[in-house]
Design a protein. Structure first.
Length: 235
């Protein structure tokens, strides 16, 4: 900025324009002044508090850990050697020294304040990622187990269905076989043909013998009946 201080005695710089802070009310007004904000805070009025706030934060972290507090000499070191370096600008070269813009996290790491915290965060992150991965694996295993159970149930149902179909088929075949046998006996006289040996080439005596045997078998299958006629051979 054209109003910036610069020179060898300046170690660090802070924001000097459009700094948002409390007061004035041009950003957020109203009847309650406690809620007033502005985004036009600038100059050394904003830059100096930015640097002072950074030092105060480092001092608080050191005090909380029981470490030695910063002095003007030790405090300038981490702030001046971290953060964003000064850039050349038209009419305002870097030789007009205003120093670096501090990075509070980097300065704290240089003092050994947040390294452990960062490691802890990384460990926590890894643990969370591992826990999530383990949870996902358990879900996959559960899905596989459920799938296997469903397949086993389906296989069991299929076996049951096949067994029932087989039993029905065997029962039907048994019934049909029995009916066919009885029908065959009645119609064919218990032999493989109309009357075995009863073709045209057979003699009269043989045909008569076959007929008597067939009647005898029919009488055997119907014990409650008696034949009303007696066949006599005609010589």
């Amino acid at each position: 900025m054209d109003f910036s201080n610069f020179g060898s005695c300046v170690d660090v710089q802070g924001w000097g324009r459009e700094v948002t802070t409390c007061g004035y009310g041009d950003l957020q007004g109203g009847s309650n002044e406690d809620l007033w904000y502005t985004d036009t805070f600038s100059g050394t009025s904003s830059a100096s508090p930015v640097i002072v706030g950074s030092v105060a934060s480092l001092q608080g972290a050191l005090r909380a850990r029981g470490k030695p507090l910063l002095t003007p000499a030790t405090g300038a070191q981490p702030l001046a050697h971290t953060g964003s370096p000064q850039q050349n600008e038209p009419g305002r070269p870097a030789t007009q020294h205003i120093g670096n813009r501090p990075n509070l996290r980097q300065a704290a790491e240089q003092l050994g304040l947040v390294i452990l915290k960062r490691v802890q965060k990384e460990v926590v992150k890894e643990v969370k990622e591992f826990a999530k991965e383990l949870k996902d694996q358990r879900k996959e295993v559960t899905k596989e187990v459920v799938k296997e159970k469903e397949l086993a149930k389906e296989l069991k149902d299929q076996r049951k269905e096949i067994k029932e179909i087989k039993e029905i088929k065997e029962g039907k075949e048994l019934k049909e076989g029995k009916e066919f046998k009885e029908k065959d006996i009645v119609e064919r006289g218990g032999r493989g043909g109309v009357f075995e040996g009863g073709g045209p080439e057979a003699g009269f005596e043989q045909r008569l013998t076959n007929l008597e045997q067939a009647i005898s078998q029919l009488t055997h299958f119907h014990p409650g009946r008696r034949c009303g006629r007696t066949l006599h051979r005609r010589r």
